[in-house]
Design a protein around this ligand. Sequence first.
Ligand code: ZN
Length: 435
Amino acid sequence: MFSKENISILLIVLLLVLSAQASSIVTELDVISYHLTITPNIDEKHISGTVIIKFQINSKNSDSIILNAGNLEIDRVVGENVTGFKKSNNGLVIQLSGNEKNGNEITIDYHGNPNSGLLFDLDHGEAFTVYSTSRWMICNDSPGDKALFHLNIAIPVDKTCIASGELVSKIHRNGKMHYSYQQNYEAPTYTYGFAIGNFNQAEEKLGKLLLNYYSRDYSSDQLLTIFQETPAMISFFEEKSGVSYGESTYSQILIGDYYQEMSGYSILKDTYGELVLHDSTETNLISHEMAHQWWGNRVTCKSWNHFWLNEAMATFMSAAYNEHRFGKEKYQSDIDSYYEVYEAIKNRGNDKPLVFDSWSNPSSDDRNLVYFKGAYVLHLLRENIGDEMFWEAIRFYTAKHFGNSVETTDFQKAIEESSGTNLDNFFNEWVYKSN
Ligand SMILES: [Zn+2]
């Protein structure tokens, strides 16, 4: 007998099984590059595009691949080895002939009205991307499958575009402005994105690096005040990671209701600017998103089960910047606030290990554990091995895995190797077990 609840539980279980199957197949896919050409239509909340995907398959006897495709409609899939395709739920299954494992290339034409991932603000004529990329571009959502990204985007001539990668060209053609971007390093697809609007802009330089700040509502002078810590933050993270930022620009856009790090830029909630203008020490979210340019975008969790490697690091680093800039007390008060969030979760009986068995349906407590328990645990690790060894180990870990994907064992090994300390007990207590 099935009650309504039974049926929903059954459906959830079924979805979990299906998504687990999908991800196990998708992990066999290694995308090398995406070459995307898109035209967003803000008034119609619509996008149409063509993506050329070069990939290889890391398994034997695989005659199909599954890509993530949101609610997009597929118009055409072509390629030398393509024998058919089928859209099912949020997946696009592409059948392939033969055993060609390398050098595959497929071209997909698609269109649609994304209901998330690409947000449109009709009142202000803006559009911007925020989780998840496959809602507006056919891709492999798995964070471990990094790839090169080339973006061609056509937008109204009166608007500005900010996007992932280096701007290659900007050409006025057929009544639109055509921007072309090339990202020269492999990045996880969740960091691909763009923002379009009519923005006030301010810029400054840190050596050769161009820092851009954008907003519809704040003036250029206000933007320079809101983002005044940016040059010092970049220098701080370069020093703490031991790796230079490496790109020619870093942009920050105050827009919408979200915060997300993207490759080469970050979006921050529009009203956050007011908070910083009111209190110039309220820069945690600026530093958090920026820290992801190292930990997240370049040293990336291989799967979402190890998401804490991205988020705990960025959260901890924002406290570390505060310590550097505003003093030990500010750092300690950040760590205390992280611990309070963790303690409340623990008191609700919802503590979990930082490495998850599954991240397919995280609760808000799960998310907060990854961010705040995680950052608190990094603070404990710092106390455990001492300041000097801790920062040396962070530099060692970051340099060793820069550009790659990591799991928690990679992190533990790097810290142990650098510090010469066995951390099995520490990781068992704080990372692999709950309290
Ligand atoms: Zn984050």
